[in-house]
Design a protein around this ligand. Structure first.
Ligand SMILES: [Zn+2]
Length: 272
């Protein structure tokens, strides 16, 4: 009898876990806003800061998933758009709270990776153009927003940290670092297309995937890359392995998630 009761409680736990496995709203810099739309009025076309927004279904509702940049000001913001071919403009308001991220000091042995020389800049500038283009990629297909964790490892939750490299303040951390050994497999968190890949000065071997409607994932510092630009990947497909290429202190995966052209906290998308 006691055993049956435990089994019953265990099954309840499993059920409640599955029911909560969906992306989480987080109305802070680096978070996401989930804004309910009225799809009975026609196909929604909404934008934030002039960037088109991902629209999907969750819990039987149509929602816009809005990426909030790390430098968004706390306070009232809105998305705007229209339904179908009626061009009557509608605004939907939401409120962003403040969030203070911590500061991290990092020591990098290769000084050129912190203060690049002229010849490095000749490589970095075109790479940054390619990265910007990949981060702002858009096509209309349906997006799967419920992600698998890409690597079995220790997630640092380091998104948003202000970082000081060898005493020089640099841009805040735009992704999550997952510590794992060199050679550990990296799985695609959702179905998508490879839109950029290569060996970059800071990011090392990297891959950008597009999962639909501007939802982008970036994987950096890889040891090996198993895919090429244009490939379609399945959810869970191995795309490469963890490495220590680019600006790193040791082997780990740097994983970023982008929406409407801005990097947000990847932790909000993990539902496995
Ligand atoms: Zn990182």
């Amino acid at each position: 009898m006691h055993f049956l009761r435990q089994l019953f409680l265990l099954s309840l736990c499993v059920l409640s876990f599955n029911a909560s496995a969906k992306i989480q709203e987080s109305l802070v810099p680096g978070g996401i806003a989930l804004i309910t739309l009225d799809s009975t009025q026609g196909k929604p076309h909404f934008k934030f800061n002039n960037k088109p927004l991902l629209v999907t279904q969750q819990d039987g509702k149509t929602i816009a998933v809005v990426g909030l940049s790390l430098n968004i000001k706390p306070g009232e913001h809105f998305i705007s758009g229209y339904y179908g071919d009626r061009k009557q403009l509608i605004k939907k308001f939401f409120s962003v709270k403040d969030k203070q991220y911590t500061t991290q000091n990092i020591t990098i042995k290769d000084k050129r990776k912190v203060n690049p020389v002229k010849q490095d800049m000749e490589r970095i500038i075109p790479e940054q153009k390619r990265k910007k283009k990949a981060a702002n990629f858009w096509s209309d297909e349906t997006a799967d927003i419920n992600f698998l964790t890409p690597v079995n490892g220790i997630m640092t939750g380091s998104y948003g940290r202000r970082r000081v490299f060898n005493g020089h303040p640099k841009r805040p951390h735009s992704g999550m670092d997952i510590a794992a050994q060199k050679g550990v497999a990296i799985a695609s968190p959702a179905a998508g297309t490879v839109i950029e890949s290569g060996d970059f000065f800071f990011s090392g071997n990297l891959i950008y995937l597009h999962h639909g409607q501007g939802l982008i994932t970036l994987f950096a510092h890889l040891d090996t890359i198993n895919v090429k630009v244009g490939d379609k990947v399945e959810k869970g497909q191995i795309i490469g392995t963890v490495g220590a290429t680019g600006r790193v202190t040791g082997p780990h995966l740097h994983w970023s998630v982008g929406l409407n052209g801005t990097w947000v906290d990847p932790g909000l998308f993990i539902t496995d």
